[in-house]
Design a protein around this ligand. Structure first.
Ligand code: NDP
Length: 793
């Protein structure tokens, strides 16, 4: 080709990046790669290895170790041994290591970028300009959190040994997102990379050891899903952090239920890309290119559902098709390509099949007439129009370069369509009207919203899902909490076994409870239970002091429906919510003596202690009234012209099972933070002493909380909790009580991937503010949405 040819056609010529250094590194491992355990390579104990391939050519690239349970065991042991010293090193010491890792990534940026492109099939332009710089940024940012740890997280401690499982779409970036916060805050790590793409993790581990990272702090065990499963099952692991498919995420939730392991899940998505009629259409077309053809669409937050306002839909599709025609697919090491190869033939097949299913279901398929390299797993950029919102391609995560387009008429319809998915990872909103864009963003059920932009990431800005896109955040302050636990919670001891319920005596005539028909509190009023049954409530001495309704699964469902209907509370201003809590406190104060007497008669505490419990409950209501407008988000300034607004949002409908101890105070301590943050609650009072909660319902009835914001269903926990924990209209479930209840709640939360907060049978001292009040609860009562708002031309 001559220069004049390129001048005439304006075609890009090939611009290959050299792979010489990467090939030399590969060649230094002629026998194949080992795991990386305790600071050095460790051959697979069972001797098994498997091949990894270059996606763009299909040629073998390297041999990797197949991790066995014994290998995982060795890695966990190494991490455990290293953890105390790593933690004891202190924030500054760890900050220096993290800083060194950031510098190391920058020094070896080109090698890392090439290895990643070879191993994954993605364009070097992306690994070089996006993945690797973001990796360095994550280490710098988290070096900062390490440095500030003693000051900013003084009431927290590291979790211990963390098992981290990452997918193949951003192998090195996911490694950084996972290990940077974990290590910064004093944990040690066993990382399981994806079997398709383990090389950059092994290279990173080698380099990190050369840079002086202490042995055992970072361990890498390669292998397939079974290796990941062994890590999940290992009893020596304190937390699992997983990124990958929703199916495997669910499996991990089920397998870790009741184990006491912390868990964060970053799962799939089907993110909407909403274009309003007043958008800058050409900018939005470029946005689509970044949203769905970046990394061949193998991006969990890919904008894979294009939602177009009707008046501009045809025009937009026409412009998009023209743009698609100029996309360049090619070999990953060519610096002038837009798209590389999918990661493996199995993914190619999956994408093909899903597109075929879409066409069978009526979609029109457009693929530009562009050249694809022979061999490898290349798939063209694809646009599906005439797509029905319920069709397979509109609902399933395709995880490939396939965009489905639909239309809407009004902003409300756009929001409804955008939220019409079980996922909630990200969303992109395009409009030149700031009021419209910022009005739509809070209505979108997604952890990240980009205004007039897409696929922006930064270490300071948390990333993670709503709904079935998983829970937990990576990045920012909120991401740090995923690798810490409150010291006050770490000190909890198993709840003492309850003394056997004394035999019932004849009812005491001096107590007031028997004159009432036992009722539930649902939808703002006292409600009869579905069944006829009642449960006798005995005092500590065995006296019959009252009866409560024996609620059943239908009562739970009614309560959930009432809570669902009370959605206005989640949009109420923090001031309004604070007023609601203060007003409850005011009404409770008026009846303080009565509540204290109830505690004396039921739990057997003396009058002074009962008075203290009532006073503390009042204090707690005040505290959460105070927090309601003070537990706020943040404004981040990521490296762009613009800001990212970290908004603290309620989770939605939350079920709470309360413990028996300190029945008034524990009930208030669990319900008030949820109300303060705008959640609607279905509460099950402690089984043994439910009367304080029932009395409180009268206070609630007289308060100005809207109907359905709080609902109380009494009854046996084993009859009620399974329905609550499994209910698909419940967004989170808290359980404070037995270890068995905790396991049950975690296990049954998998259906819609509820957020859970359970005590695993460890007793909280409800009188201790450090353990029973404040941000630790508020964080569990909220989820952070980051809204990116670029500005300027
Ligand atoms: P997986 O969820 O299976 O893989 C993610 C990671 O989990 C990998 O390291 C994998 O190991 C590991 N793993 C697999 N099974 C288990 C298990 N039982 N216990 C513990 N760890 C396990 O995703 P796939 O790679 O199979 O991709 C399938 C689909 O998932 C994709 O087509 C895409 O739709 C979606 N996906 C979504 C991602 C996201 O970020 N949202 C990321 C990746 C995939 P190994 O690779 O060795 O099998």
């Amino acid at each position: 080709m001559t220069v004049s040819h390129y001048f005439d056609t304006m075609d890009y010529g090939p611009a290959p990046e050299s792979d010489a250094e990467a090939r030399q590194w590969l060649a230094r491992h002629p026998e194949g790669f080992s795991h990386f355990i305790g600071g050095r390579p460790a051959a697979p104990s069972a001797g098994a290895r498997f091949d990894t391939f270059e996606p763009a050519t299909g040629a073998p690239l390297a041999r990797l170790a197949q991790g066995s349970a014994a290998d995982v065991d060795a890695a966990v042991a190494a991490a455990r041994a290293a953890q105390p010293a790593w933690e004891a090193l202190g924030g500054h010491g760890r900050a220096r290591h993290l800083y060194a890792l950031a510098r190391l990534v920058q020094r070896h940026a080109r090698l890392l970028a090439v290895v990643e492109a070879l191993d994954n099939g993605k364009p070097i332009r992306e690994t070089r300009d996006i993945d690797v710089p973001l990796v360095a940024r994550h280490f710098y940012h988290h070096a900062g959190w390490a440095q500030l740890q003693e000051r900013e997280f003084a009431d927290q401690q590291p979790l211990g040994v963390v098992g981290q499982i990452v997918p193949w779409n951003f192998p090195l970036l996911m490694l950084a997102w996972k290990i940077a916060p974990a290590l910064a805050l004093g944990n040690t790590v066993v990382l399981k990379p994806a079997e398709f793409t383990s090389l950059s993790a092994l290279l990173f581990a080698e380099l990190a050891a050369q840079a002086g990272l202490p042995a055992g702090v970072l361990n890498v065990v390669t292998g397939d899903g079974a290796t990941g499963a062994a890590l999940v099952a290992h009893p020596g692991v304190d937390k699992i952090a997983f990124t990958g498919s929703t199916d495997v995420g669910r499996l991990i939730r089920e397998q870790t239920a009741g184990s006491g392991k912390s868990l964060t899940l970053e799962l799939g998505g089907k993110s909407p890309f909403i274009v309003f009629e007043d958008a800058d259409l050409d900018a939005a077309v470029e946005g689509v290119v970044d949203a769905i053809w970046f990394n061949q669409g193998q991006v969990c937050c890919a904008g894979s559902r294009l939602l177009l306002q009707e008046p501009i839909a045809q025009d937009f599709i026409a412009r998009l098709r023209v743009r698609m025609q100029s996309l360049r697919a090619g070999t990953p090491l060519d610096k002038a390509i837009d798209m590389g190869s999918l990661v493996a033939p199995i993914q190619l097949e999956r994408v093909r099949k899903l597109v075929e299913a879409g066409v069978r279901e009526g979609a029109t398929c457009f693929q530009p007439d562009i050249a694809l390299p022979a061999g490898g797993s290349f798939y063209p950029p694809t646009l599906l129009t005439d797509v029905h919102p319920a069709s397979t391609v509109a609902t399933e995560e395709i995880f490939g370069p396939v965009l489905v387009a639909m239309t809407f008429r009004t902003p409300d319809e756009a929001v409804a369509l955008a939220n019409n998915t079980r996922y909630g990872l990200a969303a992109s909103v395009w409009s030149e009207t700031i009021g419209l864009a910022l009005g739509v963003a809070p209505q979108l059920q997604a952890g990240v919203v980009w205004i007039n932009a897409t696929n922006l990431f930064d270490a300071a800005v948390g990333f993670g899902g709503y709904r079935e896109s998983g829970y937990g955040r990576e990045g920012g302050r909120e991401g740090c909490f995923e690798y810490l636990k409150p010291r006050a919670w770490a000190a909890r001891k198993p709840r003492p076994a309850a003394a056997p319920q004394p035999a019932a005596e004849a009812p005491s005539l001096d107590l007031p409870a028997l004159d009432r028909t036992a009722k539930l509190f649902v939808g703002g009023k006292q409600a009869r239970a579905d069944g006829e049954g009642v449960l006798s409530v005995l005092s500590h001495a065995g006296r019959l002091v009252g009866e409560v309704a024996a609620g059943n699964r239908k009562d739970i469902r009614n309560a959930v429906a009432a809570a669902r209907a009370a959605a206005g509370w989640s949009g109420a201003t923090p001031h309004r919510r604070a007023q609601g809590l203060y007003y409850i406190a005011e009404n409770l104060a008026l009846r303080a003596d009565e509540f204290a007497a109830r505690l004396v008669s039921t739990t057997g505490v003396d009058a002074a202690a009962a008075r203290v419990e009532v006073e503390r409950a009042l204090g707690r209501l005040f505290a959460y009234g105070a927090w309601a407008d003070k537990f706020e988000g943040a404004v981040h300034v990521p490296p762009m012209r613009g800001v990212a607004l970290a908004m603290v949002e309620p989770i939605g409908v939350v079920g709470v099972a309360c413990p028996d101890e300190a029945p008034l105070l524990s009930f208030v301590s669990l319900v008030a933070p949820l109300l303060a943050m705008g959640n609607r609650v279905v509460a099950i009072p402690g089984e043994r002493h439910p009367l304080s909660a029932i009395d409180l319902c009268q206070v609630l009835e007289a308060s100005d909380l809207p109907a359905g914001v709080i609902n109380v269903v009494t009854g046996r926990h084993d009859a009620l909790l399974p329905t609550l924990a499994a209910h698909d209209d419940v967004d989170a479930c808290w359980s404070f009580g037995s270890a068995g209840s905790a396991a049950l709640v975690e296990r049954l939360s998998t259906g819609n991937l509820k957020r859970t907060l359970v005590d695993h049978g460890l007793a909280t001292d409800w009188h201790d503010d450090a353990a029973a009040e404040g941000p630790a609860f508020l964080r569990h009562a909220t989820q952070v949405k980051n809204i990116w708002v670029p500005y300027g031309d």
